[in-house]
Design a protein around this ligand. Structure first.
Ligand SMILES: [Zn+2]
Ligand SMILES: [Zn+2]
Length: 195
């Protein structure tokens, strides 16, 4: 670990927050000497304080110890590169179109890897009222159902949550793109839908 880098980052974060070393020290329950020492790169914060620092400045411990904020590359707006995340604890769904860290319920989530649907999951697509009507030949029981479907082209993502006992069907605008969906038992799948 590079104390100088960590120190410079700590100083930057504190300045951005607009607080003095003394104020930071009070919030972290340490002496202002300690804050000054870290910022000059003469020592690293104790493990026990790292979490507090993270909360104070809104930064992950990892980034803090690396001494740099990893800036996300501006994505070119290509939603075809979108990633989906599902929290195993609470079932929340997240999407990200550029690499980033997503956490939920205290866990870091990994992006879902999509497989190709087998026959039991392969959707059929019809046009109804000028929209895509996409149906899955799949049961919708509490223990086993399609929990969401998303449709993405270059610059838009449409997402629909589904619940047990509902029809296994979604409607999306007629764009050409990738259809993503998630079966609670068989996982994440992706297939192309043509207009
Ligand atoms: Zn969660
Ligand atoms: Zn299934």
């Amino acid at each position: 670990m590079d104390c100088k880098k960590v120190g410079a980052l700590l100083r930057q974060l504190r300045t951005e927050k607009g607080i003095t070393q003394r104020e930071a020290a009070e919030k972290l329950f340490v002496s202002d000497k300690a804050v000054s020492k870290w910022e000059r790169g003469l020592g690293l914060p104790d493990i026990s304080v790292l979490n507090e620092i993270g909360l104070l400045y809104g930064i992950s411990t990892e980034a803090l110890l690396n001494g740099e904020l990893v800036r996300n590359e501006r994505n070119g707006g290509n939603m075809k590169r979108i990633k989906f995340y599902v929290c195993g604890e609470c079932g929340n769904i997240f999407t990200a179109s550029s690499p980033g860290e997503i956490t939920c319920c205290g866990r870091k989530l990994s992006p879902l890897e999509a497989s190709s649907p087998d026959e039991a999951h392969a959707p059929s697509c019809n046009i109804i009222d000028g929209e895509f009507y996409i149906e899955f030949p799949h049961e919708m029981k509490k223990e086993h159902y399609i929990s969401f479907a998303a449709f993405a082209d270059c610059d838009k993502v449409y997402m629909q949550r589904l619940y047990p006992e509902q029809d296994a069907a979604v409607r999306f605008p007629r764009i050409g793109g990738e259809l993503y969906f998630y079966c609670t038992e068989h996982g994440f799948m992706k297939t192309k839908i043509k207009p």
